[in-house]
Design a binder for this molecule. Structure first.
Ligand SMILES: *Cc1c(COP(=O)(O)O)cnc(C)c1O
Length: 376
């Protein structure tokens, strides 16, 4: 069994996928070909933002946003403590300071009460200026933007929505990638909408920022790539990846998203009496980047993972280590007591095999193995 079966998906898409890939090779327009512009148009249209700027990966997408806002030395950027490394890495990469914030124990998304306490602490200490909240839509569920917007407005901060896992999610009818002042996503192969390599995108309604992001994406270009008006980076999405995404996108919105709702419901039905199943807030819709259960303690979690492995069932711990304990951030001072939820989650979570091409008997096989182990 595969954790995320991309081969099965390819077999389903093969005809159109091969056609679209060969079209690019035939046209040899490997960089900034017309497929890139077409993809940007389709994605902006789907999300409902004015602009979509494709780029090389989800990490660059976040960094491009911070560069656009001129975030740097002396700035505080608030980031959930329970996320993939990138969400905080980009903050240090532009010389600002990541201030990690504990998460809600049920949704695993940023906790707004802890956030406000830390913002006030930063203001009181007076060393850093609060500038940005990086809100991560973890495991596919959007963060709580109604609460986040109140805090952002009160303290004059921007929201940078990291929807690397959130693409396809919604709150009511409003889609993930539209909640931030700038929002970003990743097309890493295992993400909800993945390409066949690295890829990412930035979304915004702001014309001026969109123009800056386009410039930073290609060496800080002015009127052309040989007229350079600022220090930027090389972060284009290549045409082959855009073609792959053009083949996948219609199937993702017409079929895969709905299938994932069904698969998650089946898992939950079978597992709800033995583990803590994922909690989705009322009115929220997850894109199911992961199906992550919580068990009683670390011993049970590690034992379960080893047992599943013996049965040929892959599983992954997202995430083993809270951000504030990462060696890379040891130059900043964090108080381990500020992160009770994250510290606990890192010991008890386990993500199970999950993808839109999973068969009913596979779901049952995994669920039965989980039950067999935990019920002894
Ligand atoms: C995957 C991921 C990223 C980074 O995306 P890449 O395309 O791998 O650079 C950033 N943030 C989160 C939450 C992610 O899961």
């Amino acid at each position: 069994m595969e954790f995320r079966d991309l081969k099965r998906q390819y077999l389903y898409l093969k005809e159109d996928m091969d056609l679209k890939i060969h079209e690019v090779i035939g046209q040899t327009n490997f960089i900034q070909g017309k497929q890139v512009a077409e993809l940007e148009k389709q994605l902006a249209n789907y999300i409902g933002t004015k602009h979509c700027v494709a780029c090389a990966n989800g990490t660059d997408a976040l960094q491009l946003a911070l560069m656009t806002w001129n975030i740097g030395q002396g700035d505080a950027v608030f980031v959930p403590d329970f996320t993939f490394f990138s969400s905080g890495e980009v903050v240090s990469a532009v010389n600002a300071v990541p201030v990690f914030v504990d998460v809600e124990p049920d949704t695993c998304n940023i906790d707004c009460d802890s956030l406000e306490i830390l913002v006030q602490k930063v203001i009181r200490e007076g060393r850093l200026k609060p500038k940005v909240i990086v809100s991560v839509d973890l495991f596919g569920q959007p963060a709580d933007y109604r609460k986040l917007k109140k805090i952002a407005e009160k303290y004059h901060m921007y929201i940078l929505e990291d929807a690397a896992q959130g693409f396809g999610g919604k709150i009511g009818e409003r889609k993930a990638c539209s909640f931030g002042d700038i929002s970003t996503t990743s097309f890493f192969p295992a993400k909800p909408l993945g390409c066949y390599g690295d890829g990412g995108a930035v979304f915004t309604d702001n014309d001026e920022w969109a123009e800056l992001i386009c410039s930073y994406r290609v060496h800080g270009k002015g009127s052309s790539k040989y007229d350079n008006v600022r220090i930027g980076m090389n972060s284009r999405l290549d045409t082959l990846q855009a073609a792959v995404l053009l083949a996948k996108f219609p199937v993702f919105i017409e079929k895969e998203l709905e299938r994932m709702q069904g698969i998650s419901a089946q898992y939950t039905e079978q597992l709800k009496d033995v583990v803590t199943t994922p909690f989705i807030k009322d009115g929220f819709y997850s894109s199911w980047a992961q199906y992550t259960i919580q068990v009683s303690d670390k011993t049970a979690r590690d034992g379960l993972q080893a047992y599943l492995k013996e049965q040929g069932i892959p599983s992954v711990v997202y995430y083993q280590k809270p951000m504030h304990r990462q060696l890379a951030f040891e130059g900043n001072k964090y108080d381990d007591h500020d992160y009770p939820a994250t510290n606990k989650l890192s010991e008890i979570v386990l993500s199970l095999p999950f993808h839109p091409y999973m068969k009913e008997e596979e779901i049952t096989l995994v669920a039965n193995a989980v039950k067999a182990y935990l019920r002894g």
